[in-house]
Design a protein around this ligand. Structure first.
Ligand code: GLA
Length: 401
């Protein structure tokens, strides 16, 4: 009996111990990450510059608070097995960089990988998970992106749960960003493991293309990634988000229109908003997209419900997202190569969210239409909406009760 009691206590204490830090990502995380523009071409000076620019451009105040140092910065372990930082890249060390980040009202994100080596071939956490989590905590890390390269014989559930437990044991709250590319359907098992999980392989900076890396792997354009989100909305919510990868707004071959569509679509599905833009080149147009408060408010809405597609009208996809206080977001997205005419009679549309049980009936309730890119009210739902949407453009509205 006594033995049974001990086992009982052990069981319950282990259960309390094994958890992720709650309340860290009640809305989708927002920040900036080094990878999309710089890959391995960065150093501390450049990152300090990015910190300053996050502040001076107003990005931080718009919500981009995590600055995430992606792959390519770890060096050999010390004699006790602790991770060290590449001194050439970070001459003042990670702790000093972290202090700088925090002194500017930002938070620090770091990167590691479940295998022995990162995707870029740098030292990573396999076999040292608890030690690395301690080191990340000492460096003042607030967000860990954990990749899946060289994972060979590892099981994803075990590998990610181990790192979750390591972070919890290190006692510093960190968002745990699982970068497992959706290979093992993390949406089915990772609600109690991570705060966000990648749903796909890497995004690349084009609207509609596939980058085939010599047959080794593919990275995907915005449209390819968008189509891969199908069926996943029911798994996301406050504290556990689907991550369709970082923003390519303003990067590569994306036009401004396409960047705006990309940003709108990511916001409609409550995606994490992690910019990869070279902030030194910031133009007013790109800044206007990245810091559009009303679009960000759709992404960050506290209900935390991903939008759903109502229907397609020729080349135009129609997406709805329920919001707090009875408002809705609505996005008409023209995927086609030509401008599309819209004639949308609200009275004929009954909108049903079967997964989260929301319903919208324009015969019972009239809404004001707020155009989130034009930043003005454009009418009400009593009259049909007639408009034209350019190729690859959106009309994004907030329906205000
Ligand atoms: C993988 C990830 C990317 C990035 C690179 C870094 O490809 O999916 O997001 O972190 O590794 O090498």
């Amino acid at each position: 009996m006594k033995k049974l009691g001990v086992l009982f206590i052990l069981f319950f204490s282990m259960n309390c111990y094994a958890q992720k830090f709650d309340d860290l990502a009640k809305t989708p995380p927002m920040g900036w990450n080094s990878y999309n523009t710089f890959a391995g071409n960065f150093d501390e000076a450049l990152l300090r510059n990015m910190v300053d620019l996050l502040v001076s451009t107003g990005m931080r105040d718009a919500g981009y608070i995590y600055i995430i140092v992606d792959d390519n910065w770890t060096a050999e372990r010390d004699s006790l097995g602790f991770l060290t930082v590449d001194k050439k890249r970070f001459p003042s060390g990670m702790e000093a960089f972290s202090k700088y980040v925090h002194s500017k009202g930002l938070k620090l994100g770091l990167y590691s990988d479940a295998g022995y080596k990162t995707c870029g071939g740098y030292i990573s956490s396999r076999g040292h998970e608890f030690q690395d989590a301690i080191m990340f905590a000492r460096w003042g890390c607030d967000y860990l992106k954990y990749d899946w390269c060289n994972s060979d014989d590892l099981k994803a559930v075990g590998a990610y749960t181990t790192m979750r437990d390591a972070i919890y044991t290190a006692k510093r709250p960190m968002i745990f960003s699982m970068c497992e590319w959706g290979n093992n359907k993390p949406w089915e098992w990772a609600v109690s493991v991570g705060h966000l999980w990648r749903t796909t392989g890497d995004i690349t900076s084009c609207f509609n293309c596939v980058d085939r890396h010599n047959g080794a792997y593919n990275s995907w354009g915005v449209m390819q990634i968008w189509d891969m989100q199908n069926g996943l909305r029911k798994y996301a919510g406050p504290g556990h988000w689907n991550d369709p990868d970082m923003l390519e707004v303003g990067i590569g071959s994306l036009t401004l229109t396409e960047s705006r569509a990309h940003f709108s679509l990511w916001s409609m599905i409550a995606a994490p908003l992690i910019s990869g833009y070279d902030l030194r080149k910031m133009s007013k147009d790109v800044l206007d997209i990245l810091t559009n408060k009303e679009v960000i408010a759709v992404d960050q809405d506290s209900l935390g419900i991903q939008g759903f597609d109502q229907k397609k009208i020729d080349s135009v996809e129609v997406w709805y997202k329920p919001l707090k206080n009875g408002d809705w977001a609505l996005c008409f997205f023209n995927r086609g190569p030509k401008p599309a005419e819209i004639n949308y009679d609200w009275k004929n549309e009954i909108i049903k969210d079967d997964v989260f049980n929301y319903e919208l009936n324009f015969n019972k309730q009239i809404y004001t239409l707020r155009d989130l890119w034009a930043k003005k009210d454009i009418g009400r739902t009593e009259k049909p909406l007639r408009t034209e949407i350019a190729s690859h453009d959106v009309l994004m509205l907030r329906l205000i009760k």
